[in-house]
Design a protein around this ligand. Structure first.
Ligand code: SAH
Length: 227
């Protein structure tokens, strides 16, 4: 008898608790094993629904927060996404897996974005974590295949070289509002999902200067470092 890998249990828990719903996201959560993204001394806890230390005073985010934010972001095959705060690279790898899926089954007609593989640019300010995340993400070949890239830098400025983005997500918390450069680097029709204080906000760009905002209260994130 073969037993299912243990990490399916974490995905099942997130589905049962109502955090994970979208089939593509469920598939990617099952494919990308969180144990590949934590230091050796944390491996035994990798499938627990808690944040874990990854060094440099940082944590790999709590699975329920990642699931909740990705459900709000609704990443799709073919999209170009900016991920602020690569940390362990876990969320970046899940995004890379989703955007590089080849087709949307059942529609019969491929849209433009479905014809080309999508890509993810992650920004990280700690050089050692940039290196750690790259090794982890490339366990799935995403760096080698140019689907994901980790850039060393200050994410409060976004990443202009690769803009505009279909979607922007952050896993470190801003104060007051998200940085204005993220809004500028977002395509019209695009979406930002980011922690602000102890909320998660969803910002949709309706036109060049018009945005809508929704707020979900009661989350805990490490601060976005403004330098
Ligand atoms: N999604 C990551 C979360 C890591 S925690 C994971 O699941 O592993 C947040 C990360 O944001 C940390 O690695 C931290 O170093 C980084 N960070 C904080 N402020 C930043 C900034 N201004 N620019 C880029 N990265 C930043």
């Amino acid at each position: 008898m073969t037993s299912e890998p243990q990490y399916y249990e974490l995905t099942d828990e997130l589905i049962q608790d109502g955090y994970l719903k979208t089939p593509e996201l469920i598939e990617s959560f099952e494919h990308i094993d969180r144990a590949d993204f934590v230091p050796d001394d944390q491996k035994e806890f990798a499938h627990c629904n808690t944040p874990l230390a990854i060094g440099f005073n940082q944590t790999i985010s709590q699975p329920l927060s990642v699931a909740f934010m990705l459900e709000l972001l609704q990443p799709k095959a073919g999209e170009h996404i900016l991920d602020i705060g690569a940390g362990s690279g876990w969320q970046t790898a899940i995004l890379a897996d989703v955007v590089s899926k080849k087709t949307a089954e059942g529609t019969g007609v491929a849209t433009d974005s479905e014809l080309s593989l999508g890509s993810v640019v992650a920004v990280e300010r700690v050089p050692e974590l940039k290196a750690f995340s790259e090794v982890n993400i490339d366990k799935y070949g995403f760096i080698r295949q140019n689907i994901a890239q980790v850039v060393l830098g200050d994410g409060t400025k976004g990443y202009k070289n690769s803009a505009p983005y279909d979607k922007i997500i952050a896993s470190a918390s801003s104060e007051g509002d998200v940085p204005v450069l993220w809004k500028r680097q977002l395509k019209i029709g695009g979406r930002i999902v980011a922690p602000v204080g102890s909320s998660i906000v969803v910002i949709d760009k309706i036109s060049k200067l018009k945005y809508t905002k929704k707020e979900y209260f009661g989350f805990n994130f490490t601060p976005l470092v403004v330098s």
